[in-house]
Every structure is written in C-alpha cells, then in structure tokens.
Design a protein around this ligand. Sequence first.
Ligand code: DGY
Length: 332
Amino acid sequence: MSDTLQAKPAILVARSVFEPVLDKLRVHFDVQATPTGVVWSEAQLIEQLQGKVGVLTAGGDRIGPAVLAACPQLRIAANLAVGYNNFDLDAMSAAGVLATNAPDVLTETTADFGMALLLATARRLTESEHFLRAGRWKEWSLDFFVGAEVHGSTLGILGMGRIGQAIARRAAHGFGMPVVYHNRSRLDADTEAACRARYVSKAELLAQADHLMLVLPYSAANHHAIAATELAQMKPTATLVNIARGGIVDENALVDALKAGRLAAAGIDVFEGEPQVNPALLTVPNVVLTPHIASATVPTRLAMATLAADNLIAYLTEGRAITPLNPQVIGR
Ligand code: DGY
C-alpha cells in the first residue's frame, strides 16, 4: 500500500449505498462499507467507528452520547435522510461533531408518494387488491369498496416545510383540493398563494380536513402530536396519512379510532418502532402500510446518498459543509 493510500482518513458508511457513491468517497477516504441488509446496533456501530473520522448514516443510525463518548476521533456524521431525529444535536455540538442532513433532494419525490399514499388509502387500493388476490371477487356491486373522494375535498397538512408545500401544490393545482395547513410559523403570503393554502389553528385543521397529511419533523415536542384527543377532533369520514415519523402518531390510539369507526382510514409509511410494526395495525383492514419508502426512487435515493457523501468530502477535505445542522462547530 502506498503512503498516499495509508494517509487517507478512515470513514464508515454505516448503511449500504450505491456503488458510485462509494467510489466517490474512495477517492478521498479509506472507506469501510456496510453490506446490504446489515443494520448496526449501537454497540456494533461504536465498534465499527473506531479509528473513523466520519460516518455516513441513515435515519436509524443513532449518534448520541454513547457513540460520541466512545468515538472521540469522530468529526462528522452525514445523514442521508432529511429527518435527523437519530442525531442528538446538542450532544454532537458539545462534542464538536458536525451533523449534516439531506434536504431538498427528496422533496418532490416524497410529495409524490404522499399523494400516492393518500389516494391509495382514501380509495382503498390495497384492501381491494388483497380481496381480489384472495379470489374473493364474485360480482360487482354499487357499494363495492366505496371510498372517500379525493379531488375537491379538503386536504389538511400538519407541518408546512418544503415537502408539505410540495404536497399542497399537487393537491391544490392537480386535484382542485382546498388546502388548509398548520405549522409552527405561518408561511409568507407569496408562498401561501403559490400553494393555495390557508393557515388555520391545529384545532381547525383537525376539524376541517377530509384528509390529514402529517409532514412535520419529529421532536420530543411533537411526540404523539396525533393521539386520542386529536383523533377525536377529526371527521369520522377522514383519512390520516403519515409520511413524517412514527412517533408523531399514537399508533394504539389510531387503531382504536379505526376499529371504532371514528376515522375512516389511515396510510402509514413510518412507524414508532420501525422496522417493527405495531401488530395491532396489521389487524386493521382500512390501513395502507408501507415500509418507509416515501423517498424511494432510484434517482432520489442516489441524490440523498450523494449529498451525504459530498458533505463528508467537503468537511473532511476543505472544512466546509453543504447542509450543516450545527454549523457552529465548523472551524472550532
Ligand atoms: C428522510 O429523509 O427523512 C426520509 O424519511 C428517509 O429516511
């Protein structure tokens, strides 16, 4: 091995990523890749990270006090997801470890999926497909798998960041849906006009939505933002779609509401204990369940991993970052 190769800083790519992304990283780093299907436990991650100055993580790879204490040489963790609730940002900042995420590159793809999941849920797509596949289709009738109207019905969006806005544009312009939203802060008038979206209180949102789409980031404050109390404020004919994070919805309360007919249907792409799925959810017919795939297209997943790789390269070779979450650690 040449001196140059030996001098390359070592990094861990904690999830399998596309080969071109590894090739890009290998130009600059001694890269330890993770095989497809492997998910490191915290203890394993600590072991893998020994001697590494950088790590490329996915949303399930937790970088918190335990990892930081055991890996003092770590300088950057680059998440290939836009959500970063797997990072303890305060602890990372205190330890001088840069955190980056992958915003923007998945916005439109994720918004497409939000609409797909809404349509599938409201129009009972998977429920009717399972019925057909089970050989139970004997005749057609007028009330056969009747669902909820999507076009022209009111879409409520909780969390009006980039993805929420992209969903609003699709719903308002493509499906003629009146859009109401609630967010920590109200959008400026131009953005509201572009989205054709009207700001309302959370209580008004819950009461008015024919379909409620959750797109807010997960934080301790948002834990179970939709629980029994909120579900009780929704229309019994409403559809709930969660493409944000599992912990935002109290899944047991959701199952109760669905079973009791206090909510028509739910589309869920993210789960509290994922990849484990609350078994109660599997017993309810009027849910569409998908395994956290809202951003899953080849170009978008490639773009997400590439942005994470670019953050690693920029920081470890030039001391800058493209999408830093705690920029105050740069140059410390
Ligand atoms: C994200 O980017 O946060 C998506 O949920 C994929 O993890």
